[in-house]
Design a protein around this ligand. Structure first.
Ligand SMILES: [Fe+2]
Ligand SMILES: [Fe+2]
Length: 187
């Protein structure tokens, strides 16, 4: 039975991913992998500028802490992506992510329209969770691509970021349920 990697390779005798790493054969999946890496790198870099604006508008201490912790992780995601690019012998470059640009623009509009307080905190959580879900979708897809391409190191790096994005999303849900939403409902 042919493995998924063999189905993708022009030379099925090659170990998984080997040809693609050396540039002897770039499969369509490898092209997509690289394109999606550029997309998420652009998104992560945009978030380095966007998250501090959310922090400056937040009033819940738990929300400020969650966003501050995740900002540190976002820096780590960027360095991790550079390592992933290295596993495929590519320089870390970006392509504008229209989806993230839109999500960040929505968050900015929401914050411009609201005063600091519980309503704004709940709105920031909503916006941040939409952003986390985009990242979870992208890292989940990239991890699966890396698995199919036999890029073991890349897969494990992407898995680490995927887990941190999921944890950040869960933390935001916790912050909402443990106070912010009730406070917004009461004001
Ligand atoms: Fe991230
Ligand atoms: Fe994130």
């Amino acid at each position: 039975m042919q493995t998924r990697a063999k189905l993708l390779s022009k030379d099925p005798t090659k170990p998984r991913g080997e040809g693609a790493r050396k540039g002897e054969h770039t499969s369509h999946l490898m092209e997509l992998f690289e394109e999606q890496l550029k997309d998420i790198l652009w998104a992560e870099k945009a978030l380095i500028k966007a998250i501090p604006k959310m922090i400056s508008m937040a009033t819940s201490e738990d929300l400020i802490l969650a966003l501050t912790d995740h900002l540190k992780e976002t820096h780590e995601h960027i360095s991790r992506l550079a390592k992933v690019f290295k596993t495929i012998d590519k320089k870390p470059t970006t392509v504008k992510c229209d989806a993230m640009e839109g999500l960040i623009a929505e968050a900015s509009e929401m914050m411009e329209d609201c005063e600091k307080g519980p309503k704004c905190d709940a709105g920031i959580i909503a916006a941040a969770q939409k952003i986390e879900h985009y990242e979870i979708a992208t890292y989940g897809t990239l991890r699966e691509f890396a698995d199919t391409l036999g890029l073991i190191e890349a897969e494990s790096l992407l898995m680490e970021s995927l887990n941190e994005e999921k944890a950040a999303d869960l933390k935001l849900t916790e912050v909402a349920l443990e106070g912010v939403n009730m406070e917004a409902a009461a004001t």
